[in-house]
Design a protein around this ligand. Structure first.
Ligand SMILES: [Zn+2]
Length: 301
């Protein structure tokens, strides 16, 4: 497998009929690509439950037409698809506000293929508090995590505030990871993670997927390639080289780096890491093995 990317918002663009920076053609022809496709719900979005069902159904219709691309309902399926060189699409919910206060609604989305949940966006919902709000994990949030643990749904802690983050990590059985966050030690942005948070995720067997949005990298609207490499290096150092991945946020923001926007840019990013003194083994770990191991599709220990 050549590439794993833990977060993109391409589903949102498909729903709106817009042109995507994510290329299904390039991803399904590169020699194995695993992409988590998020179904994003805006804070305060009306009819969020039905809107989320619509977004996922449109996405499923869209990829039905695509060659060499399948929804991965299990890690085994993701392994088979990527070993055959194709694109394994893993579905997630970004902001469980679309469950409209009822944790049991997750079953409906699970049955459509959702295998990962980001509990909040930046605001609070009935399950937890996001990074721009106060408040931790609620009773409903705990119930949702119990169901997620039972179904094997991955729990994404990107977007949570610190209180919710530590509440989630104290809850036991779920597999946790951060799908698109960078390092607060380098740039103190509320969407970034402190060193302690990164260590906690790693000690639970999780992974932190660095995100190249300039506001996360340096607080401005522009960033250099080396700055993204520096955030990845920081996570690698904290996690013995085994807990860093990439969460591109492709199609998710206007604020992206112009040099790291499309699938082609991502597939060429290994050269940038090489220039920044990452070894071939480290690059393979960052691009695919670390996430693959976390997800259960990579045999490399
Ligand atoms: Zn996001």
């Amino acid at each position: 497998m050549r590439m794993c990317d833990a977060h993109c918002d391409t589903m949102m663009k498909i729903d709106e009929g817009l042109t995507c920076d994510f290329s299904f053609e390039k991803a399904s022809a590169c020699g194995g690509f695993l992409q988590i496709f998020a179904c994003f719900t805006e804070d305060g979005e009306s009819d969020a439950y039905f809107a989320a069902l619509r977004k996922i159904n449109r996405f499923l219709d869209f990829i039905r037409e695509k060659d060499n691309c399948c929804v991965a309902y299990t890690p085994c399926a993701a392994k088979r698809i990527t070993e055959a060189g194709g694109l394994a699409a893993v579905l997630s919910l970004e902001n469980c506000a679309c469950l409209e206060d009822d944790p049991e609604n997750i079953y409906k989305f699970y049955n459509l293929g959702v295998r990962c949940i980001t509990l909040t966006w930046n605001g609070a919902n009935s399950f937890a508090g996001g990074c721009l709000e106060r408040g931790g994990l609620t009773k409903r949030g705990r119930d949702l995590l119990q169901i997620a643990g039972r179904l094997g749904i991955l729990v994404d802690v990107s977007h949570l505030n610190e209180q919710s983050f530590y509440d989630v990590l104290s809850e036991g059985s779920c597999k946790v990871f951060a799908s698109h966050s960078s390092c607060a030690e380098i740039n103190d942005n509320p969407r970034n993670l402190t060193d302690l948070q990164i260590l906690k995720i790693y000690s639970r067997g999780g992974i932190v997927c660095a995100c190249p949005n300039p506001p996360f990298l340096n607080g401005s609207r522009k960033a250099k390639r080396e700055e993204f490499a520096q955030h990845i290096r920081h996570i690698m150092r904290l996690t013995d080289g085994r807990g860093a991945g990439i969460g591109s946020d492709c199609d998710g923001t206007e604020n992206c780096c112009e040099w790291l926007k499309t699938t082609a840019d991502y597939l060429n990013f290994d050269k940038v890491l090489e220039e920044n003194n990452f070894t071939k083994f480290e690059i393979r770990d960052i691009f695919s093995c670390n996430f693959g191991r976390f997800f259960g599709i990579c045999d490399k220990k």
